[in-house]
Design a binder for this molecule. Structure first.
Ligand code: TXA
Ligand code: MG
Length: 334
């Protein structure tokens, strides 16, 4: 190996990290891998760079971003106050796919929070993300690195497809291991609630807290940036009972649709007269890891309709069902 160059992961070197940190310092945008999905990062204390994130994504400026930091011990630098329950979650789950919403510290510009007096913070569990945060030395505001309303990227190739030259530098850390976004917990008050189910399960959070959390409802828009139509592929998504997937798909195909099928694991091997078929993995972890890639794949195959069913809504199944419901939800023009 070249002297002075160290591998941060199989595909990223310390010299890539130095370049990326320099881009952030210069006010540029860096796409980077996390354990959940790829993020589109800007230095959070640079309002012009943050503004470019919104512009590149086509995201309304009222939609708040998540601030990525290098470790739980840095949390107090970014928030006004850390209640005991939030401290506990940070210590137990970071680095990891849980995001805490707390009262905004003065260092966080309102541009990054969409004008809110609260801020969402997390420590990503990925060697490339952590190396970037450490080299940059500040907080990195990063939404998922996709255009507003579309499916989050879980590979660097997805990022390039979504954003092309609009991003200044892409760190390719390989495919994301979790595959769905972080669990967002509102920890501003005494009664914690889940604003978005994600990579850390509700059951795991409750086990650490020793008490139940409020259950999310997909039907209501709770905060800006949580519209029903989020996480949608181009193809329309229709959700049916697992035992009706094949019949529904074949009927739609017969009616002239180019149908993509999410075949439930219990039906693996069943022949389906449709345009394209993805057999859903039996393990929820594998399903979460593959979910966004499957949706992209069926779009790429030219499907105009995707027929799927919901997994059991426990463990990671809760986050998967949430994303599928949103993908199937009403769509404003975009
Ligand atoms: O896993 C993840 O969280 C990924 C990776 C890149 O870290 N990031 C991500 O960011 O999913 P984004 O921008 O796609 O989603 C951020 C979500 C938004 O839906 C927004 O509603 C919520 O975080 N959020 C941010 N700040 C908030 C706040 N102050 N209060 C409530 N929700 C907030
Ligand atoms: Mg997103």
């Amino acid at each position: 190996s070249v002297e002075g160059i160290v591998r941060v992961s199989a595909t990223v070197t310390s010299s890539d990290i130095a370049t990326a940190a320099g881009v952030l310092r210069a006010g540029g945008l860096v796409a980077f891998p996390t354990e959940t999905v790829y993020g589109l990062g800007a230095g959070v204390e640079d309002p012009a760079a943050v503004a470019r994130v919104f512009q590149v994504k086509g995201r309304p400026p009222s939609h708040p971003l998540i601030i990525h930091i290098g470790g739980a011990e840095e949390l107090d630098d970014w928030v006004e106050e850390v209640p005991p329950a939030a401290r506990l979650l940070a210590e137990r789950f970071w680095p990891g796919p849980v995001t805490l919403v707390l009262r905004r510290g003065r260092r966080v510009p309102l541009e990054a929070t969409g004008g809110l007096e609260t801020v969402a913070v997390r420590v990503p569990d990925h060697p490339v993300a952590l190396a970037l945060l450490s080299a940059f030395g500040g907080g990195v505001a990063a939404p998922s690195a996709n255009r507003f309303g579309s499916v989050s990227p879980t590979t660097a190739a997805h990022v390039r497809t979504e954003l092309g030259d609009a991003v200044d530098f892409v760190l390719d850390g390989g495919p994301c291991q979790v595959g769905v976004e972080s669990t967002i917990v509102d920890a501003t008050g005494d009664a914690l609630s889940v604003l978005r189910p994600g990579g850390v399960t509700r059951e795991d959070l409750e086990a650490v807290l020793g008490r139940p959390l409020a259950v999310p409802s997909t039907s209501r828009v709770r905060v800006p940036g949580q519209h029903p139509s989020h996480y949608a592929p181009r193809a329309r998504v229709v959700l049916v009972e697992p035992e009706k997937v094949v019949a529904e798909a074949e009927l739609a195909q017969e009616l002239g649709h180019r149908v993509g099928v999410f075949l439930p694991p219990s039906l693996a091997g069943t022949p389906v007269k449709a345009h394209a078929v993805v057999t859903v993995p039996g393990s929820m972890a594998a399903y979460a890891r593959g979910l966004y890639g499957f949706l992209r794949e069926l779009d790429q195959e030219g499907c105009d309709l995707i027929v799927a069913s919901l997994p059991v809504e426990e463990g990671l199944g809760l986050a998967i069902a949430n994303r599928l419901r949103r993908a199937a939800g009403p769509r404003p023009s975009r």
